[in-house]
Design a binder for this molecule. Structure first.
Ligand code: NAD
Length: 376
Protein backbone atom coordinates (compact mmCIF):
# COMPACT_ATOMS: atom_id res chain seq x y z
CA UNK A 1 0.00 0.00 0.00
CA UNK A 2 1.00 3.63 -0.45
CA UNK A 3 0.90 5.76 2.67
CA UNK A 4 0.93 9.55 2.22
CA UNK A 5 2.19 11.40 5.30
CA UNK A 6 2.42 15.15 5.90
CA UNK A 7 5.92 15.65 7.25
CA UNK A 8 6.77 18.25 9.90
CA UNK A 9 8.12 20.67 7.24
CA UNK A 10 4.79 20.64 5.39
CA UNK A 11 5.87 18.44 2.49
CA UNK A 12 4.06 15.19 1.71
CA UNK A 13 6.02 11.95 1.57
CA UNK A 14 4.51 8.73 0.23
CA UNK A 15 5.75 5.59 2.02
CA UNK A 16 5.35 2.01 0.83
CA UNK A 17 4.01 -0.57 3.27
CA UNK A 18 2.91 -4.18 3.32
CA UNK A 19 0.82 -6.59 5.34
CA UNK A 20 1.00 -10.27 4.45
CA UNK A 21 -1.39 -12.90 5.79
CA UNK A 22 0.30 -16.23 5.24
CA UNK A 23 -2.19 -18.52 6.94
CA UNK A 24 -5.51 -18.11 8.75
CA UNK A 25 -6.21 -21.81 8.94
CA UNK A 26 -5.87 -22.10 12.75
CA UNK A 27 -7.16 -18.63 13.65
CA UNK A 28 -6.61 -14.92 12.96
CA UNK A 29 -3.33 -13.81 11.43
CA UNK A 30 -0.71 -12.87 14.04
CA UNK A 31 2.55 -11.05 13.54
CA UNK A 32 4.49 -7.88 14.11
CA UNK A 33 4.88 -4.68 12.10
CA UNK A 34 8.38 -3.48 11.39
CA UNK A 35 9.55 -0.04 10.32
CA UNK A 36 12.93 -0.10 8.56
CA UNK A 37 14.59 1.20 5.38
CA UNK A 38 15.31 -2.31 4.07
CA UNK A 39 11.80 -3.76 4.46
CA UNK A 40 10.77 -5.67 1.32
CA UNK A 41 7.73 -7.68 0.29
CA UNK A 42 9.78 -10.88 0.22
CA UNK A 43 11.07 -10.30 3.73
CA UNK A 44 7.55 -9.64 5.04
CA UNK A 45 6.30 -12.79 3.29
CA UNK A 46 9.06 -14.90 4.84
CA UNK A 47 8.41 -13.46 8.30
CA UNK A 48 4.66 -14.08 7.92
CA UNK A 49 5.20 -17.77 7.17
CA UNK A 50 7.58 -18.01 10.12
CA UNK A 51 4.75 -16.78 12.35
CA UNK A 52 2.43 -19.51 11.06
CA UNK A 53 4.90 -22.21 12.11
CA UNK A 54 5.78 -20.53 15.40
CA UNK A 55 2.13 -20.23 16.49
CA UNK A 56 1.53 -23.84 15.47
CA UNK A 57 4.55 -25.14 17.43
CA UNK A 58 3.22 -23.64 20.66
CA UNK A 59 -0.31 -24.66 19.66
CA UNK A 60 -1.99 -21.27 20.01
CA UNK A 61 -5.04 -20.50 17.86
CA UNK A 62 -3.43 -18.06 15.44
CA UNK A 63 -2.25 -18.14 11.86
CA UNK A 64 0.72 -16.19 10.59
CA UNK A 65 1.01 -12.63 9.31
CA UNK A 66 3.53 -9.80 9.23
CA UNK A 67 3.67 -6.15 8.25
CA UNK A 68 6.27 -3.62 7.35
CA UNK A 69 6.74 -0.07 6.13
CA UNK A 70 9.80 1.14 4.24
CA UNK A 71 10.93 4.16 6.27
CA UNK A 72 13.81 5.38 8.40
CA UNK A 73 12.20 5.76 11.84
CA UNK A 74 15.41 7.09 13.43
CA UNK A 75 15.07 10.20 11.25
CA UNK A 76 11.35 10.72 11.84
CA UNK A 77 9.64 12.71 14.59
CA UNK A 78 7.03 11.19 16.90
CA UNK A 79 4.37 13.18 15.04
CA UNK A 80 5.47 11.81 11.67
CA UNK A 81 5.56 8.25 13.05
CA UNK A 82 2.09 8.68 14.52
CA UNK A 83 0.61 9.95 11.23
CA UNK A 84 2.33 7.13 9.32
CA UNK A 85 1.01 4.52 11.75
CA UNK A 86 -2.55 5.86 11.70
CA UNK A 87 -2.72 6.07 7.89
CA UNK A 88 -1.20 2.58 7.53
CA UNK A 89 -3.82 1.26 9.96
CA UNK A 90 -6.64 3.06 8.14
CA UNK A 91 -5.53 1.52 4.82
CA UNK A 92 -5.74 -1.92 6.44
CA UNK A 93 -8.99 -1.33 8.29
CA UNK A 94 -10.94 -4.07 6.49
CA UNK A 95 -8.19 -6.63 6.98
CA UNK A 96 -7.39 -6.13 10.67
CA UNK A 97 -9.51 -7.12 13.65
CA UNK A 98 -9.48 -9.38 16.71
CA UNK A 99 -10.97 -12.21 14.61
CA UNK A 100 -9.04 -11.41 11.41
CA UNK A 101 -5.48 -10.28 11.91
CA UNK A 102 -3.81 -9.06 15.11
CA UNK A 103 -0.55 -7.09 14.71
CA UNK A 104 2.18 -6.64 17.33
CA UNK A 105 5.45 -4.71 17.63
CA UNK A 106 8.56 -5.73 15.73
CA UNK A 107 11.75 -3.90 14.78
CA UNK A 108 11.39 -0.14 15.51
CA UNK A 109 7.77 -0.33 16.61
CA UNK A 110 6.75 -0.40 20.27
CA UNK A 111 3.97 -0.05 22.85
CA UNK A 112 3.22 3.49 21.67
CA UNK A 113 2.86 2.34 18.05
CA UNK A 114 0.41 -0.33 19.19
CA UNK A 115 -1.56 2.25 21.19
CA UNK A 116 -1.94 4.38 18.00
CA UNK A 117 -3.08 1.36 15.98
CA UNK A 118 -5.58 0.41 18.68
CA UNK A 119 -6.92 3.97 18.81
CA UNK A 120 -7.20 4.35 15.01
CA UNK A 121 -8.98 1.01 14.66
CA UNK A 122 -11.28 1.86 17.58
CA UNK A 123 -12.18 5.25 16.05
CA UNK A 124 -13.27 3.51 12.84
CA UNK A 125 -15.30 0.93 14.77
CA UNK A 126 -16.94 3.52 17.02
CA UNK A 127 -15.90 1.67 20.15
CA UNK A 128 -12.72 0.72 22.00
CA UNK A 129 -11.32 -2.54 20.64
CA UNK A 130 -8.19 -3.38 22.62
CA UNK A 131 -7.81 -6.91 21.23
CA UNK A 132 -6.95 -5.71 17.70
CA UNK A 133 -3.24 -5.52 18.60
CA UNK A 134 -0.95 -6.97 21.24
CA UNK A 135 2.16 -5.53 22.85
CA UNK A 136 0.15 -2.57 24.16
CA UNK A 137 0.99 -0.67 27.35
CA UNK A 138 -0.44 -2.50 30.42
CA UNK A 139 -2.61 0.57 31.12
CA UNK A 140 -4.30 0.12 27.70
CA UNK A 141 -5.04 -3.61 27.77
CA UNK A 142 -1.49 -4.97 27.61
CA UNK A 143 -0.55 -8.10 29.55
CA UNK A 144 1.58 -8.24 32.64
CA UNK A 145 4.71 -10.27 31.93
CA UNK A 146 4.73 -9.54 28.16
CA UNK A 147 7.93 -7.51 28.23
CA UNK A 148 10.08 -10.34 29.60
CA UNK A 149 8.03 -13.18 28.09
CA UNK A 150 10.41 -14.11 25.28
CA UNK A 151 13.35 -14.29 27.69
CA UNK A 152 11.27 -16.31 30.13
CA UNK A 153 10.42 -18.76 27.36
CA UNK A 154 14.12 -19.02 26.45
CA UNK A 155 14.98 -19.75 30.09
CA UNK A 156 12.26 -22.39 30.34
CA UNK A 157 13.35 -24.32 27.24
CA UNK A 158 16.97 -24.10 28.42
CA UNK A 159 15.91 -25.72 31.71
CA UNK A 160 14.13 -28.45 29.74
CA UNK A 161 17.18 -29.08 27.52
CA UNK A 162 19.31 -29.50 30.66
CA UNK A 163 16.83 -31.94 32.11
CA UNK A 164 16.82 -33.93 28.86
CA UNK A 165 20.64 -34.08 28.81
CA UNK A 166 20.94 -34.81 32.55
CA UNK A 167 22.76 -31.57 33.28
CA UNK A 168 22.65 -29.27 36.32
CA UNK A 169 22.05 -25.52 36.22
CA UNK A 170 24.72 -24.84 38.86
CA UNK A 171 27.37 -26.54 36.75
CA UNK A 172 26.26 -25.01 33.45
CA UNK A 173 27.92 -22.05 31.76
CA UNK A 174 26.06 -19.67 29.43
CA UNK A 175 27.02 -17.08 26.82
CA UNK A 176 24.36 -14.68 25.51
CA UNK A 177 24.70 -12.58 22.36
CA UNK A 178 22.53 -9.45 22.59
CA UNK A 179 21.54 -7.63 25.77
CA UNK A 180 18.29 -6.15 24.54
CA UNK A 181 14.79 -7.32 25.36
CA UNK A 182 15.34 -11.03 24.71
CA UNK A 183 19.02 -11.33 25.70
CA UNK A 184 18.82 -9.34 28.92
CA UNK A 185 15.78 -11.15 30.30
CA UNK A 186 17.13 -14.56 29.24
CA UNK A 187 20.46 -13.87 30.93
CA UNK A 188 18.84 -12.49 34.08
CA UNK A 189 16.38 -15.35 34.52
CA UNK A 190 19.04 -18.01 33.92
CA UNK A 191 21.42 -16.28 36.33
CA UNK A 192 18.62 -16.18 38.94
CA UNK A 193 18.15 -19.92 38.42
CA UNK A 194 21.78 -20.59 39.25
CA UNK A 195 23.40 -20.78 35.80
CA UNK A 196 26.85 -19.26 35.46
CA UNK A 197 26.67 -16.58 32.74
CA UNK A 198 30.27 -16.08 31.56
CA UNK A 199 29.85 -13.90 28.47
CA UNK A 200 27.56 -11.20 27.08
CA UNK A 201 27.94 -9.85 23.53
CA UNK A 202 26.65 -6.63 22.06
CA UNK A 203 26.96 -5.08 18.57
CA UNK A 204 29.92 -2.98 19.69
CA UNK A 205 31.87 -5.37 21.91
CA UNK A 206 31.51 -8.04 24.58
CA UNK A 207 32.12 -8.86 28.25
CA UNK A 208 33.68 -12.06 29.58
CA UNK A 209 34.36 -13.45 33.05
CA UNK A 210 35.15 -17.15 33.45
CA UNK A 211 34.01 -16.97 37.09
CA UNK A 212 30.56 -15.72 36.10
CA UNK A 213 28.99 -12.28 35.69
CA UNK A 214 26.58 -10.79 38.23
CA UNK A 215 23.71 -10.24 35.77
CA UNK A 216 21.61 -8.36 38.34
CA UNK A 217 24.32 -5.72 38.57
CA UNK A 218 24.88 -5.69 34.81
CA UNK A 219 21.17 -5.05 34.18
CA UNK A 220 21.34 -2.08 36.55
CA UNK A 221 24.52 -0.84 34.83
CA UNK A 222 22.96 -1.03 31.37
CA UNK A 223 19.72 0.58 32.53
CA UNK A 224 21.63 3.51 34.01
CA UNK A 225 24.28 3.96 31.29
CA UNK A 226 22.65 2.56 28.17
CA UNK A 227 25.62 0.26 27.49
CA UNK A 228 27.28 -2.84 28.96
CA UNK A 229 30.76 -1.40 28.47
CA UNK A 230 32.86 -0.24 31.40
CA UNK A 231 31.20 -2.75 33.76
CA UNK A 232 33.74 -3.73 36.43
CA UNK A 233 32.44 -7.27 36.98
CA UNK A 234 33.84 -8.61 33.67
CA UNK A 235 36.60 -7.86 31.19
CA UNK A 236 36.18 -6.57 27.62
CA UNK A 237 36.21 -9.26 24.94
CA UNK A 238 36.01 -9.59 21.17
CA UNK A 239 32.34 -9.88 20.20
CA UNK A 240 32.89 -12.35 17.36
CA UNK A 241 35.29 -14.57 19.32
CA UNK A 242 32.74 -14.75 22.14
CA UNK A 243 30.52 -17.12 20.15
CA UNK A 244 33.28 -19.69 19.72
CA UNK A 245 34.39 -19.86 23.37
CA UNK A 246 33.97 -23.15 25.28
CA UNK A 247 30.55 -23.01 26.95
CA UNK A 248 27.62 -25.31 27.74
CA UNK A 249 24.77 -23.11 26.46
CA UNK A 250 25.08 -20.50 23.71
CA UNK A 251 22.12 -18.14 23.26
CA UNK A 252 22.17 -15.91 20.18
CA UNK A 253 19.54 -13.30 21.09
CA UNK A 254 20.48 -10.35 18.89
CA UNK A 255 19.86 -10.71 15.19
CA UNK A 256 19.80 -13.10 12.23
CA UNK A 257 22.65 -14.90 10.41
CA UNK A 258 25.31 -14.77 13.14
CA UNK A 259 26.13 -18.49 13.07
CA UNK A 260 27.29 -19.18 9.55
CA UNK A 261 29.61 -21.47 7.56
CA UNK A 262 32.42 -19.14 8.70
CA UNK A 263 32.18 -19.88 12.44
CA UNK A 264 29.90 -22.92 12.92
CA UNK A 265 32.80 -25.39 12.82
CA UNK A 266 34.54 -23.53 15.68
CA UNK A 267 31.51 -23.36 17.98
CA UNK A 268 32.17 -25.23 21.24
CA UNK A 269 28.75 -25.15 22.88
CA UNK A 270 26.83 -28.26 23.78
CA UNK A 271 23.40 -26.61 23.54
CA UNK A 272 22.30 -23.80 21.22
CA UNK A 273 19.12 -21.96 22.22
CA UNK A 274 17.98 -19.59 19.46
CA UNK A 275 16.54 -16.52 21.19
CA UNK A 276 16.78 -14.47 17.98
CA UNK A 277 14.89 -15.24 14.79
CA UNK A 278 17.03 -17.01 12.21
CA UNK A 279 20.45 -16.71 13.91
CA UNK A 280 21.74 -19.87 12.18
CA UNK A 281 22.12 -20.18 8.40
CA UNK A 282 21.09 -23.40 6.66
CA UNK A 283 24.70 -24.46 6.00
CA UNK A 284 25.73 -23.73 9.58
CA UNK A 285 22.78 -25.77 10.75
CA UNK A 286 24.11 -28.84 8.94
CA UNK A 287 27.54 -28.33 10.49
CA UNK A 288 26.01 -28.09 13.97
CA UNK A 289 23.98 -31.25 13.35
CA UNK A 290 27.19 -33.10 12.37
CA UNK A 291 28.88 -31.84 15.53
CA UNK A 292 25.98 -33.11 17.63
CA UNK A 293 25.03 -29.73 19.10
CA UNK A 294 21.61 -29.89 20.78
CA UNK A 295 19.66 -27.09 19.06
CA UNK A 296 16.48 -25.53 20.45
CA UNK A 297 15.26 -23.89 17.21
CA UNK A 298 13.97 -20.32 17.08
CA UNK A 299 10.34 -21.15 16.32
CA UNK A 300 10.25 -22.97 19.65
CA UNK A 301 12.86 -21.13 21.73
CA UNK A 302 11.57 -17.57 21.24
CA UNK A 303 7.85 -18.39 21.04
CA UNK A 304 7.29 -17.15 24.61
CA UNK A 305 6.64 -13.67 23.19
CA UNK A 306 3.82 -14.64 20.87
CA UNK A 307 2.40 -16.99 23.51
CA UNK A 308 2.03 -14.10 25.96
CA UNK A 309 0.61 -12.01 23.10
CA UNK A 310 -2.03 -14.69 22.84
CA UNK A 311 -2.66 -14.30 26.60
CA UNK A 312 -3.01 -10.54 26.05
CA UNK A 313 -5.62 -11.11 23.31
CA UNK A 314 -7.51 -13.53 25.60
CA UNK A 315 -7.45 -11.10 28.54
CA UNK A 316 -8.63 -8.20 26.33
CA UNK A 317 -11.55 -10.25 25.06
CA UNK A 318 -12.49 -11.31 28.60
CA UNK A 319 -11.94 -7.86 30.02
CA UNK A 320 -10.28 -9.56 32.99
CA UNK A 321 -6.56 -9.20 33.60
CA UNK A 322 -4.38 -11.82 35.22
CA UNK A 323 -1.72 -11.36 37.88
CA UNK A 324 1.85 -11.61 36.62
CA UNK A 325 2.32 -14.97 38.37
CA UNK A 326 -0.65 -16.41 36.46
CA UNK A 327 0.76 -15.23 33.14
CA UNK A 328 4.21 -16.66 33.94
CA UNK A 329 2.85 -20.02 35.08
CA UNK A 330 0.69 -20.41 31.98
CA UNK A 331 3.64 -19.45 29.78
CA UNK A 332 5.89 -21.96 31.51
CA UNK A 333 3.31 -24.71 30.94
CA UNK A 334 2.97 -23.93 27.21
CA UNK A 335 6.75 -23.84 26.70
CA UNK A 336 7.29 -27.16 28.50
CA UNK A 337 4.48 -28.89 26.57
CA UNK A 338 5.82 -27.53 23.27
CA UNK A 339 9.39 -28.56 24.06
CA UNK A 340 8.19 -32.08 24.89
CA UNK A 341 6.10 -32.28 21.70
CA UNK A 342 9.08 -31.26 19.53
CA UNK A 343 11.40 -33.73 21.29
CA UNK A 344 8.86 -36.48 20.85
CA UNK A 345 8.73 -35.79 17.10
CA UNK A 346 12.53 -35.75 16.92
CA UNK A 347 12.79 -39.16 18.57
CA UNK A 348 9.81 -40.68 16.77
CA UNK A 349 10.97 -39.59 13.29
CA UNK A 350 14.70 -39.72 14.01
CA UNK A 351 15.30 -36.12 12.90
CA UNK A 352 17.01 -33.13 14.51
CA UNK A 353 15.05 -30.69 16.68
CA UNK A 354 14.67 -28.03 13.99
CA UNK A 355 13.22 -30.46 11.49
CA UNK A 356 11.01 -31.89 14.23
CA UNK A 357 9.66 -28.42 15.09
CA UNK A 358 8.79 -27.75 11.43
CA UNK A 359 7.24 -31.20 11.02
CA UNK A 360 5.08 -30.67 14.11
CA UNK A 361 4.02 -27.19 12.95
CA UNK A 362 3.24 -28.25 9.39
CA UNK A 363 1.32 -31.29 10.63
CA UNK A 364 -0.84 -29.08 12.85
CA UNK A 365 -1.57 -26.53 10.10
CA UNK A 366 -2.21 -29.26 7.51
CA UNK A 367 -4.51 -31.10 9.93
CA UNK A 368 -6.79 -28.09 10.50
CA UNK A 369 -6.72 -27.20 6.80
CA UNK A 370 -7.93 -30.70 5.91
CA UNK A 371 -10.40 -30.75 8.79
CA UNK A 372 -11.96 -27.48 7.63
CA UNK A 373 -12.17 -28.86 4.10
CA UNK A 374 -12.73 -26.87 0.95
CA UNK A 375 -15.66 -24.50 0.75
CA UNK A 376 -17.05 -24.82 -2.71
P1 NAD B 1 16.47 -5.48 20.95
O1 NAD B 1 16.62 -4.43 19.92
O2 NAD B 1 15.79 -5.18 22.24
O3 NAD B 1 17.90 -6.09 21.34
C1 NAD B 1 18.83 -6.53 20.41
C2 NAD B 1 20.20 -6.45 21.07
O4 NAD B 1 21.15 -7.09 20.23
C3 NAD B 1 20.68 -5.03 21.27
O5 NAD B 1 21.17 -4.92 22.61
C4 NAD B 1 21.80 -4.86 20.24
O6 NAD B 1 22.83 -4.05 20.72
C5 NAD B 1 22.30 -6.27 20.08
N1 NAD B 1 22.87 -6.56 18.76
C6 NAD B 1 22.39 -6.17 17.55
N2 NAD B 1 23.18 -6.65 16.57
C7 NAD B 1 24.17 -7.35 17.16
C8 NAD B 1 25.28 -8.08 16.69
N3 NAD B 1 25.54 -8.18 15.39
N4 NAD B 1 26.10 -8.65 17.60
C9 NAD B 1 25.86 -8.55 18.92
N5 NAD B 1 24.81 -7.89 19.43
C10 NAD B 1 23.98 -7.27 18.56
O7 NAD B 1 15.73 -6.70 20.19
P2 NAD B 1 14.99 -7.94 20.84
O8 NAD B 1 13.54 -7.62 20.94
O9 NAD B 1 15.74 -8.39 22.04
O10 NAD B 1 15.13 -9.01 19.66
C11 NAD B 1 16.31 -9.77 19.48
C12 NAD B 1 16.01 -10.92 18.53
O11 NAD B 1 14.97 -11.73 19.06
C13 NAD B 1 15.53 -10.53 17.12
O12 NAD B 1 15.98 -11.50 16.22
C14 NAD B 1 14.02 -10.63 17.26
O13 NAD B 1 13.39 -10.83 15.98
C15 NAD B 1 13.90 -11.83 18.14
N6 NAD B 1 12.62 -11.96 18.85
C16 NAD B 1 12.21 -11.00 19.71
C17 NAD B 1 11.02 -11.17 20.43
C18 NAD B 1 10.57 -10.14 21.44
O14 NAD B 1 9.57 -10.42 22.12
N7 NAD B 1 11.24 -9.03 21.62
C19 NAD B 1 10.24 -12.29 20.21
C20 NAD B 1 10.67 -13.28 19.31
C21 NAD B 1 11.89 -13.09 18.66
Amino acid sequence: MHIPVTMDDGTVEVFTGYRVQHSISRGPGKGGIRYAPDVSLDEVRALASWMTWKCAVVNIPFGGAKGGVICDPKNMSQGELERLTRRYTASLIEFLGPEKDVPAPDMNTNEQTMAWIMDTYSMHMGQTVTSVVTGKPVSLGGSRGRREATGRGVATVTDQALKFLNMNASETTVIVQGFGNVGMHSARLLWERGYKVIGIGEYDGALYNADGIDIGELVEWKTRRGTIHGFAGAGPFDKDELLTQPVDVLIPAATENVITSRNAERLQCRILVEGANGPTTAIADEILADKGVFVVPDILANAGGVTTSYFEWVQDRMGYFWAEDDVNQRLERVMIESFDAVLQYAVQHNVNNRLAAYMLAIDRVAFTTKQRGIYA
